[in-house]
Design a protein around this ligand. Structure first.
Ligand code: F6R
Length: 613
């Protein structure tokens, strides 16, 4: 998830690009860069000047004071690293010959394209997938297609994946060409000047007249106007809209809080985690060059904190059932204090959104000392935990700003499903046909998630009904038990209401004493082998006048008779159900907190990344 902006007009581009990037920095801050050209030819040598560097925007601003970039057409980028570590060389914009490119997204077939281009003499100066597109456009230009729009169109036919590109050519210095597939892109309309950006926030101080570019559309932007076509060159007529949001609202994409925005981003984030990792041809999983030797792995030990610990508990269920490798899960903050027995046969999987949690880092150091190999599952490329580990799996969820983790959690769940399938295929425990079914279901998951996150209105009503309660209980069995823990954690950290997550079967061993007519009990009861037992637990709660909110599978005609309120999620394979059942719990916690008026994006006493022990 990167931020992109482009400008064509009569004013100096750099200050406009920098001000836009400042508003886009929430999309990534591994590096920043601009490229500017002067169509009048008064300044410069007719070539676009690129100024870029690793680090936050402030570092780029500093660099620009020493290396100014004059000119009235330009593009700017703020990077969230996916392919290629954060570095000066991997910063955007990228150049090939006369072509300059910025990109948000992932080119899925980048390895094959890179090999093809290298074989025919291309030299690359970065590890990014983006640079490949610059080379493709340059080749199209050289092959006699002088018009930039046509060159971009031909190059688009060769790439697969998600992208928003902006392309500039030294030979057409007053033109930007942009294209969109799955990554956001908006065009801003000014007076004798026009803009493109990944988010309206970036251009809102300049214009409120915008066109949201649709999937599969290309835009040619000049001072005189914008032309929109599909990827085949067929013109599309689009009516501009006038934005009425304030700049702050716009940064949150029109949502009241970052957390709500991030809840809604989850289908997209999960799709991004899957990009390039599902190999349908071989019914297998590709792990980005991670080379795990299942022969060596006798046991897997997950270590993590908080929400990442809950994802690890689901991981235990998945790896044991699909790969039949024994798994343990430990709280990173406890791991070191029991002198854990570890050795060469252990694979330690350290799960951390931020990649900076000190407890998890210290646990990794301990595991390394004892000879275990370490795999990090993290959302932040080149953060400390992946760097400390032997292998890194990045979830590609994009920056998570809300302190309460949502999209990081669901993408961690996807990472553990992929790991379990990968190992299961190699240990032989997972038959090819079952792997095929699971992979097909994984690809359908973003659409099913969309269904659930759009059912916020029901959760809002329930939040109002139960939001004044003094406490909540969350119950689940099997892979739904960690989801009960996660539901309770979300509710308590956001709304400050005490909540407990319990294994449904444990209720009768103690917590049942809490139940009376004032206690809402959220029960995770999706279709599956535990269903009947969970329904019995529901009955035990109701017999003691507890209020039951059941999360069940669409089409379940029975559950309504056992619950006060029912929240339905689409059907899916047992292994993928946690990704769907956690969504209403996130929304419930969000709306209860909103109802109570707490500080949702920055709950009291918490920090996004916990770097103390
Ligand atoms: C809760 C939450 C925390 C984190 C925990 C670990 O919503 O976000 O419990 O999950 O602090 O953080 P990471 O995953 O960055 O190691």
């Amino acid at each position: 998830m990167c931020g992109i902006i482009g400008y064509v007009g009569g004013r100096q581009a750099t200050p406009i690009l920098i001000s836009g990037l400042r508003r886009l920095e929430y999309r990534g801050y591994d590096s920043a860069g601009v490229s500017v050209i002067d169509p009048s030819g008064v300044t410069g040598d007719g070539r676009a000047r690129v100024v870029r560097c690793r680090g936050k925007l402030a570092a780029l601003e500093d660099k620009l004071t020493k290396e100014p970039a004059p000119g009235t057409t330009g593009m700017g980028h703020t990077r969230w690293a996916t392919h290629g570590r954060p570095s000066d060389e991997n910063s955007h914009p990228h150049r090939a010959g006369s072509i300059t490119v910025i990109h948000n997204g992932i080119i899925e077939n980048h390895l094959a394209l890179r090999a093809e281009l290298a074989a025919s003499g291309a030299h690359f100066s970065s590890e990014t997938d983006t640079e490949i597109f610059a080379h493709l456009v340059e080749r199209a230009v050289q092959s006699g297609t002088t018009d930039l729009t046509t060159a971009v169109r031909r190059s688009l036919a060769k790439v697969r994946g998600s992208f928003a590109f902006v392309v500039m050519s030294d030979k057409e210095p007053g033109t930007l060409v942009a294209a969109k597939n799955s990554s956001p892109l908006v065009v801003g309309l000014g007076d004798g000047e026009n803009y493109v950006a990944s988010d309206v926030t970036a251009i809102l101080s300049e214009t409120r007249r915008v066109i949201f570019v649709d999937e599969g559309e290309m835009v040619t932007v000049t001072r005189q106007g914008v032309q929109i076509t599909d990827f085949d060159g067929k013109p599309r007529v689009r009516e501009p809209k006038t934005i009425t949001w304030s700049a702050v609202q716009a940064e949150k994409g029109g949502y009241k809080h970052y957390m709500l925005k991030e809840i809604h981003e989850q289908p997209r984030a999960v799709a991004d985690t899957l990009v390039g990792r599902v190999d349908l041809e071989h019914d297998d999983v590709l792990l980005d060059g991670i080379d795990l030797d299942p022969e060596r792995i006798k046991r897997i030990v997950f270590i993590a904190c908080g929400t990442s610990y809950h994802a690890s508990l689901v991981g235990e269920f998945l790896v044991e059932s699909l790969a039949r490798i024994p798994v343990e899960v430990d709280l990173a903050s406890e791991f070191r204090y029991r002198d854990p027995i570890l050795g060469r046969g252990d694979l330690v999987v350290a799960v951390s959104q931020s990649g900076e949690t000190l407890d998890t880092m210290e646990a990794i150091r301990e595991a390394k000392k004892k000879g275990a190999q370490i795999l990090a599952i993290s959302n932040v490329v080149e953060s400390s935990i992946p760097r400390l580990s032997d292998h890194a799996f990045y979830t590609h969820a994009g920056p998570e700003i809300g302190v309460a983790s949502t999209k990081a959690f669901t993408t961690q769940l996807i990472a553990t499903v992929l790991l379990a399938i990968y190992l299961g295929r190699r240990t032989g425990a997972l038959p090819r046909e079952r792997a095929r079914e699971l992979l097909a279901e994984l690809l359908q998951l973003p659409n099913k998630m969309r269904d659930v996150v759009e059912s916020g209105a029901q959760l809002q009503v329930l939040a109002r009904r139960y939001g004044h309660s003094h406490g909540f209980l969350f119950l689940g069995r099997g892979a739904q038990y960690p989801i009960a823990l996660e539901g309770a954690l979300k509710l308590k950290e956001l709304s400050y209401i005490h909540a407990e997550g319990y294994a449904a079967g444990e209720m009768k061993h103690g917590p049942i004493a809490l139940i009376d007519e004032t206690l809402p009990v959220v029960v995770l009861a999706p279709r599956g082998p535990n269903y009947d037992k969970v329904v019995s637990n529901l009955a035990e709660v109701r017999a003691r006048q507890g209020k039951v909110l059941a999360v069940a599978t669409k089409g379940d005609a029975e559950i309504g008779g056992h619950a006060d309120d029912v929240i339905l999620v689409p059907d899916s394979a047992l292994e993928l159900q946690p990704v769907l059942t956690v969504l209403p719990l996130q929304l419930l916690a969000y709306y209860v907190a909103d109802f109570k008026g707490t500080d949702i994006d920055q709950p009291r006493n918490l920090a996004k990344s916990v770097t103390v022990e």
